[in-house]
Design a protein around this ligand. Structure first.
Ligand SMILES: [Zn+2]
Ligand SMILES: [Zn+2]
Length: 177
């Protein structure tokens, strides 16, 4: 969703919109094994305000995504609840240092826009990606796949002998090298 800066009233504006599967598609790499899907449309609520010549966007988003577990590859539902806090700077700030922009909080997002139009979809997409943990697990004790037969050890335990049954076994092997 794009907003023209001239349409933002002086007192700021509240905006509510939904993010469905087709909203996220442009941000996914084609054929990405990640295969992220929106299960429950994301409800996005933002407040947009002009501060000087830059734009401050705050808000939150809530919804459910379906993502594959990094260990067992099974798709699972990942609840997405995130806060949005972004500053959008017009092009004249490009190349200027943080000090010149006078940011009071370091962890705020900084973006640039063309000075005329801001794209809220980009902000939502970035917030989603930022809020994923580095490793997505269907459960903290997911057993993953058997390295020999590939069966999902959470649902179909196999009889393969595995050296890596305990983390110490891996360590022992490494030590003897
Ligand atoms: Zn898993
Ligand atoms: Zn097996």
């Amino acid at each position: 969703m794009k907003i023209r800066v001239e349409d933002i009233p002086k007192e700021g504006m509240h905006l509510n919109f939904r993010w469905e599967q087709e909203s996220i598609e442009p941000f996914l790499t084609p054929n990405d094994p990640y295969q992220m899907q929106i299960q429950e449309p994301l409800e996005v609520a933002v407040f947009i305000k002009k501060v000087g010549d830059y734009i401050h966007v705050t808000g939150e988003l809530h919804g459910e995504l379906v993502v594959p577990c990094h260990r067992c590859l099974e798709a699972f539902i990942f609840p997405m609840n995130a806060f949005i806090e972004t500053f959008l700077y017009p092009p004249r700030y490009l190349g200027s240092s943080k000090e010149e922009v006078e940011l009071d909080e370091e962890d705020m997002e900084q973006e640039f826009f063309d000075g005329e139009e801001i794209d809220l979809d980009v902000i939502v997409a970035e917030e989603i990606f930022l809020n994923f943990p580095p490793v997505l697990l269907c459960s903290p004790d997911c057993k993953g796949l058997c390295p020999k037969c590939g069966s999902n050890l959470n649902t179909s335990p196999c009889n393969c002998k595995r050296e890596g049954d305990s983390p110490f076994a891996v360590l022992a092997r490494w030590k003897t090298k």
